[in-house]
Design a protein around this ligand. Structure first.
Ligand SMILES: [Zn+2]
Length: 292
């Protein structure tokens, strides 16, 4: 009997010993998994193929967060829906981590934001995880908090952080060699998801299929894009998986422009199962699109 009780206690302790991390997005969950290793369990609220701006808040999410130790937010007002989940979870022990804490934002509006401008974020463009240097910053932030919650495994977290950063540094060398032909390439994106990615890899967004962020394309805007594509000989439109391809396909019919699908997050498409793979995937897709 006593033996049994000890066994159950030992089992429950070893289960409890894992830090439970819930993240708004698959990118944050993947990076947390790489830093936490075997000491954490991770879960993402939004699927990789889902628009991270708009997530329907379900009671089941609150139940998941109720049992969690840590919640990772993208921040910069991208995942405001997460606040509702966190409030609803009534988990007073939950550590809420804003992963944008150490990011230098791009596209901070210089004038007052109003609804006519579409879905503009007052603290700048929130799609910062698509720059690998920001990926490192996210990982550092997560490591700091994991070490505070679970100092016993602090050394492992430090070691995993180092491994994560080194994997990106190795990839950076590979990317420079393999994808230097992408530098200076100009393209149209569906949504303004890519300014951090563009800055890092030397690409340029000439226009967006959305007339304003979060606003559906209008006939007038599509006419404007047709002129732009023809005048400036733009060859590629890139889009996220959760948008309708109706407008991009219309532009292809009118101009012959190539439409490709990018992965804005881990698991957004097949072959993007890790943060590192997701970045390489996008470079491969774009390189192919620009190869005549
Ligand atoms: Zn956005």
């Amino acid at each position: 009997m006593l033996y049994r009780i000890i066994l159950v206690l030992a089992l429950s302790l070893s289960l409890q010993a894992k830090i439970s991390v819930v993240a708004s997005t698959s990118d944050l969950a993947d990076i947390a998994g790489q830093i936490g290793g075997k000491h954490v369990t991770t879960l993402s609220i939004a699927r990789g193929s889902q628009d991270p701006h708009y997530v329907e808040v379900l009671p089941s999410y609150m139940i998941k967060v109720k049992r969690a130790d840590m919640y990772l937010m993208v921040g910069m007002e991208l995942d405001q829906w997460a606040e509702q989940i966190i409030d609803g979870s009534r988990n007073s022990d939950l550590r809420i981590v804003d992963c944008s804490a150490d990011i230098t934002p791009l596209e901070v509006p210089t004038r007052k934001v109003d609804a006519s401008m579409g879905d503009i974020h007052p603290n700048g463009n929130p799609h910062y995880w698509l720059d690998p240097d920001n990926g490192k910053a996210i990982a550092r932030t997560i490591a700091v908090h994991l070490k505070q919650i679970d100092p016993e495994h602090g050394e492992t977290y430090d070691q995993n952080l180092l491994t994560f950063i080194e994997s990106l540094t190795t990839l950076e060398k590979e990317w420079v060699e393999r994808f230097s032909d992408l530098r200076g390439k100009r393209l149209i994106y569906y949504h303004n998801t890519w300014p951090y990615f563009n800055r890092y890899f030397g690409l340029e967004a000439v226009a967006f299929v959305e007339p304003n962020p979060g606003i559906m394309p209008t006939p007038t805007h599509l006419d404007h894009l047709i002129h732009l594509i023809q005048e400036q000989n733009i060859q590629v439109i890139a889009m996220e998986p959760y948008f309708s391809d109706k407008a991009p396909n219309y532009l292809t019919r009118k101009t012959g422009i190539v439409v490709v699908g990018l992965a804005q997050s881990v698991d957004a498409r097949k072959g993007t199962e890790t943060y590192q793979r997701m970045l390489t995937y996008n470079l491969e897709i774009l390189q192919k699109a620009f190869t005549p």
